[in-house]
Ligand binder design. Structure first.
Ligand code: NOJ
Length: 556
């Protein structure tokens, strides 16, 4: 595999990618059929979200068997076929490993419920009375983080849904069982792992009430986290060259993320953090309506870019995934400036220091679906919060608007392949409705249009491979306080890359810092989102959502 700093990862949510057998659910054969499309885009690694045996309470993040494929998605043979074909076409497969919790349908948990003390120690059980949970911690999906089991007179911890009991990483037998799972998939040809909420796996020795928050301070980047990750690395992927690993880090810090991803620490290749995506949460509350805070967004991106570089850490850089609304509807303009803003957002993220992740359909500029009825939603978190918000007294209209903006289903609607029924995703009835704009936004149309969002992504991916400054250059913010422009400089071996992005429909005139000595460079437009972009000058007027990257090659 190419160096992960030069790679681009494409995230596939198999359930919504392509349905090869007409049952309304995407499947592994569907992914294999679409490999030529992905090869054309030019991505290096395919991250597949979980397709293991699961009751699907949380769309596969509730795993009942880590080494078996849910028949709804296909067979082990289908998976092997997919890995082999992808390799032949120059792409590797990254799997999603959910080790903070299992499903309550997992045989380990079933044995624990049956009274087996050995398996009870695979989870976090605490004796207690029905009236009072061990702590006041809250589940991230709403309600208490503890569930009472009458027959055992004990509670178990679930930081997510009640059907997702947390695993006990302090137990070496559990850890070994997990290492066997990872090694099993390495033997199947998998070359990468995305580790679900992995910075939550280390719980404290003592379980105490949280006087102010939901309990996260006790288990986020918990006491043994770095020890556990080093052991996981040593026992599994660390034994193989060229593995690419990414940890999903919930509410983390730069200092911890440096440790997770600095190569000297031998933990992971890179990390996802989510701070930049909380800039439209009112007082930290996701389930609220608020325009995004642009200056906060820039500050967070700048702090993480600079901080991680200083500590030789490595970011996974992204706007979208299966838990986030569509970025063009969120930080762009999904109507009047759909194309311009989708391309601008792509440039802003792909030219950062870090490995870019593209979530399926992002390369087409897919938008939120704007569902108007609760029945159209499927996601457990959205449905739980619908009821919580209604109970708090919010009106139906307001709650539906919150879901339209915040629900995870915004990104989970089926991929648009063409303008036929259901966007060409399935010949059956799709498990989740297809967004209504599939006739305008779809892969077939994008491939036929040389100016499409798709080809902009394709160009960004190939630039990363061609120009070392993108993969290896340093990062410096400029115009940090500008209220509409997000701009930065990348620097490598005396050359510069200047990236200017207008996040609004206004036309600001900017002045580049004097420290950039334009006369010292040959300059060229590397990529932009308007047909003709101006040559580089000290003062530039940007058009709505305009984005220009200039390459400044040092005169020698
Ligand atoms: C993060 C995953 O991305 C999300 O989809 C899931 O619900 C939670 N972790 C729990 O596994």
């Amino acid at each position: 595999m190419t160096d992960f700093k030069k790679s681009v990862v494409y995230q596939i949510y198999p359930k919504s990618f392509y349905d090869s057998n007409g049952d309304g659910l995407g499947d592994l054969k569907g992914v294999t059929e679409k490999l030529p499309y992905l090869q054309r885009l030019g991505v290096d690694v395919l991250w597949l979200t979980p397709f293991y045996v699961s009751p699907q309470r949380d769309n596969g993040y509730d795993v009942a068997d880590y080494c078996q494929i849910d028949p709804r998605f296909g067979s082990m043979e289908d998976f092997q076929g997919l890995v082999a074909k992808a390799k032949e076409m120059g792409m590797e497969v990254m799997l999603d490993m959910v080790f903070n919790h299992s499903s309550d349908a997992h045989p380990w948990f079933q044995k624990a419920l049956g009274g087996d003390p050995c398996y009870q120690d695979f989870y976090i059980f605490k004796k207690g009375s029905k009236e009072k949970p061990p702590t006041n911690w809250l589940s991230k999906f709403g309600g208490s983080a503890w569930a009472y089991v009458e027959a055992l007179g004990a509670y178990y911890l679930h930081l997510f849904d009640v059907s997702q009991p947390d695993l006990n990483w302090d137990n070496p037998r559990l850890r070994n069982a997990i290492y066997q799972v990872v090694n099993f998939w390495i033997d199947q040809g998998v070359r990468g792992f995305r580790l679900d909420v992995v910075n939550l796996i280390s719980k404290p020795q003592e379980f105490l009430d949280d006087p102010e928050e939901d309990g996260r301070r006790f288990y986020t980047d918990g006491p043994q986290i770095h020890t556990f990750l080093k052991e996981l690395n040593r026992e599994t992927f660390g034994k193989h060259p060229n593995m690419i690993t990414v940890g999903e880090m919930s509410s983390t810090t730069i200092d911890n993320c440096i440790k997770y991803s600095n190569p000297d620490e031998k933990e992971l290749s890179m990390v996802f953090n989510f701070h930049h995506l909380k800039v439209d949460y009112r007082d930290g509350d996701k389930w609220s309506l608020m325009d995004f805070d642009f200056l906060a967004l820039k500050n967070i991106l700048n702090d993480w870019q600079v901080g991680m570089e200083q500590g030789n850490g490595w970011n996974a850089v992204f706007w979208c995934n299966h838990d986030q609304p569509r970025v063009v509807s969120r930080f762009g303009n999904d109507r009047q400036y759909h194309r311009e803003s989708a391309k601008m957002l792509a440039t802003a993220i792909h030219l950062l220091r870090g490995t870019p992740y593209i979530y399926q359909g992002e390369e087409l500029g897919m938008t939120n679906p704007y569902f108007s009825r609760l029945e159209e939603y499927n996601d457990v978190e959205s449905i739980n919060h619908y009821h919580i918000l209604r109970k708090q007294g919010k009106g139906e209209k307001e709650v539906m608007e919150i879901l339209q903006r915040k629900s995870r289903d915004n990104s989970r609607t089926p991929m648009h392949w063409n303008d036929g029924p259901n966007g060409g995703f399935t010949e059956g009835i799709p498990w989740l409705a297809v967004a209504k704009n599939y006739r305008e936004i779809n892969a077939k149309k994008a491939l036929e249009d040389a100016d499409s969002v798709f080809y902009h992504y394709q160009k960004l991916i190939s630039l990363r491979r061609e120009l070392e400054i993108i993969a290896y250059g340093g990062y410096r913010p400029i115009l940090a306080n500008h209220p509409e422009i997000y701009a930065y400089i990348r620097a490598y071996q005396g050359n510069l890359l200047l990236v200017i992005n207008n996040f609004y429909d206004k036309a600001p005139r900017i002045s580049l810092p004097q420290a950039i000595k334009l006369n010292n460079y040959h300059t060229q437009v590397l990529i932009s989102n308007y047909p003709a972009s101006p040559d580089l000058q000290r003062k530039i007027t940007l058009r709505p959502y305009e984005s220009i990257a200039y390459y400044l090659e040092k005169k020698r």
